[in-house]
Design a protein around this ligand. Structure first.
Ligand code: ATP
Ligand code: MG
Length: 215
């Protein structure tokens, strides 16, 4: 009985160094388009420990909490499990743990097209589709790689994601903001203004904590 399956949960993994409005819009657009119950932002543990130009795990978590506090009705949440686990964050380990918690509830792992195209570099990537669906936020003009091993998993029907717990790949053409954390870090280092790229609370935190070489 498909009607008894609960609405899918969305997860958006990333380093969020810092979280920006492109991340928020991706999560919100896909939640609305696919009617997901919730989208949880999933920060990975620190992978650039020696790089002083990066924020610590605790600082990235603080910025995520600050930005989510301004999105009360957006259906967004925070999943801290990779920060808590520490070490290198393998999406496989995370999806396995979430899958154990969810039972048969559908799980959608949301990725930008850049992240999807790099998927074959991920640990145990071929097994990820046993644990979750993949939803790719695509952009007209950006080439989407259809990894041969995923060929049978593709669907164009969003309703298919509600009928089984995992195993589909869907590309969604949603409007994407031309914002990246790399660009934000470079702007801060150059003393330029980042208003309009991150939420006001995140901009204030970056200035106060003097992240990314801020003044
Ligand atoms: P960096 O430049 O440091 O790589 P980033 O902006 O790409 O940072 P990540 O934390 O690496 O942010 O990305 C997390 C997820 O969000 C990835 O799946 C990525 O494709 C997606 N993403 C990042 N920026 C955008 C954006 N502007 N619009 C839609 N998706 C985005
Ligand atoms: Mg990135």
């Amino acid at each position: 009985m498909t009607s008894s399956i609960p609405a899918p949960l969305g997860l958006l993994g990333g380093t969020f160094d810092p979280v920006h409005l492109g991340h928020l819009r991706l999560a919100i657009e896909l939640r609305e388009t696919l009617d997901l119950a919730e989208v949880r932002l999933l920060p990975s543990a620190q992978t650039h420990l020696r790089d002083v130009a990066r924020a610590s795990a605790a600082q990235r978590e603080t910025m995520l909490e600050a930005t989510l506090a301004d999105c009360v009705d957006a259906g967004l949440g925070l999943d801290r499990r990779e920060l808590t686990r520490g070490g290198v964050s393998y999406t496989f380990d995370t999806l396995e743990a979430v899958r154990n918690e969810l039972g048969v509830r559908p799980l959608c792992f949301l990725v930008g097209v850049d992240a999807w195209n790099a998927l074959p570099q991920w640990h145990r990537w071929r097994e990820l589709l046993d644990l979750a669906h993949f939803v790719i936020a695509s952009r007209p003009g950006v080439t989407l790689v259809r990894h041969a091993e995923t060929e049978t998993a593709w669907t164009a029907d969003p309703a298919a994601l509600r009928r089984r717990p995992a195993g589909h790949v869907l590309a969604c053409a949603i409007p994407l903001l031309p914002i990246s954390s790399t660009d934000i870090r470079a702007r801060v280092a150059a003393g330029r203004c980042i208003d309009g790229l991150v939420s006001p609370a995140v901009a204030a935190f970056i200035a106060r904590a003097r992240l990314y070489g801020a003044g």
